[in-house]
Design a protein. Structure first.
Length: 314
């Protein structure tokens, strides 16, 4: 089938100042190109090239008028709910006749849980998880309670079938955050130590390498140095792999079929959650990207109503 017969896949990432993280993203885009039956391109909304606007312009100049945009994020926080849709709305203004459908964030997903299990077991080596082994699942952290709750959900899903119920395996899986939310990495490690863990795998809930995953590992090392009787091991990020590509391909197909299934029950932009009432209906604006010379002013002054990505944006 000709790639033009299906909408191009546009993978929208946040961006990182870490060169390794940018390289991981680039390799992943190449992996997708080798398996998808359509054109694949990827860009960032801030911090690092290529900027999303440059990538969209390239697709537009190639003749693409409808895109399927998949946010390369694990949880539906501000980037997935507002920043990427805001950036795409700006591109619709810049490129007459362009339309797009919007996919949902990647997690939680059984394939991602399986990849996390692989990373945990690689950190443990030949040792099997046992009743003295615990996992600290570390997410980015957000000011969005819905996003933080998703990390808690992933932690529980990861524990189910791996010891939650007293049948052996892991003694526990606790969530923590490296920024913006608590418990912090040291707080999470301390909780697991007090609960009786003798061995802890710090499992970063991140797609690629970067500044924040490095900080997770640094904070884990610092805690371990102060607790020499505790075996603290840091696992790798999910990384560029076929399992992750499977999830992106699934989100692409969902976007084309209109089967988004996004949860709005606890979204602060739709529901007046205690302490977050001011966010209901708040306009969304795209980030400024340093390589987008016309992007200053956050969307030329037009506020973008929070659409959560549910509707197909045309």
């Amino acid at each position: 089938m000709n790639g033009r017969a299906r909408p191009a896949l546009l993978v929208a990432g946040h961006g990182t100042r870490d060169a390794d993280g940018v390289a991981d993203f680039g390799r992943f885009i190449e992996r997708l190109r080798g398996r998808m039956r359509t054109t694949v391109a990827g860009g960032f909304i801030e911090l690092s090239p290529p900027p999303l606007t440059e990538v969209v312009t390239g697709l537009y100049e190639e003749g693409h008028r409808h895109l399927a945009t998949v946010p390369l994020v694990l949880v539906a926080a501000g980037h997935g709910k507002g920043d990427i849709p805001g950036a795409m709305a700006r591109e619709l203004v810049r490129h007459p006749g362009l339309s797009y459908t919007y996919g949902r964030p990647l997690g939680p997903h059984p394939a991602l849980l399986a990849l996390l299990d692989e990373r945990m077991r690689a950190a443990l080596g030949p040792r099997e998880p046992d009743g003295a082994t615990a996992v600290l699942l570390v997410g980015r952290g957000s000011t969005d309670p819905d996003a933080n709750a998703e990390v808690h959900k992933v932690a529980r899903l990861f524990w189910e079938g791996r010891g939650a119920g007293g049948d052996g395996g892991l003694m526990g899986v606790e969530p923590a955050f490296v920024s913006l939310a608590r418990p912090s990495v040291p707080e999470g490690l301390e909780r697991l130590r007090r609960l009786g863990a003798r061995r802890i795998v710090v499992l970063p809930y991140f797609l690629f390498r970067g500044v924040l995953p490095d900080r997770v590992a640094e904070e884990a090392r610092a805690y371990a140095a102060g607790h020499p009787d505790l075996d603290v091991r840091s696992a790798a990020v999910i990384g560029d792999c076929d399992g992750l590509a499977d999830v992106v391909a699934e989100r692409y197909e969902e976007a084309l079929a209109g089967d988004i299934r996004m949860n709005c029950d606890t979204c602060v932009y739709r529901i007046a959650m205690p302490g977050f009432e001011h966010r209901v209906g708040a306009p969304q604006t795209p980030h400024d990207h340093p390589d987008d010379p016309t992007g200053h002013g956050h969307g030329h002054g037009h506020g973008l109503g929070h659409g959560h990505g549910h509707a197909h944006v045309h």
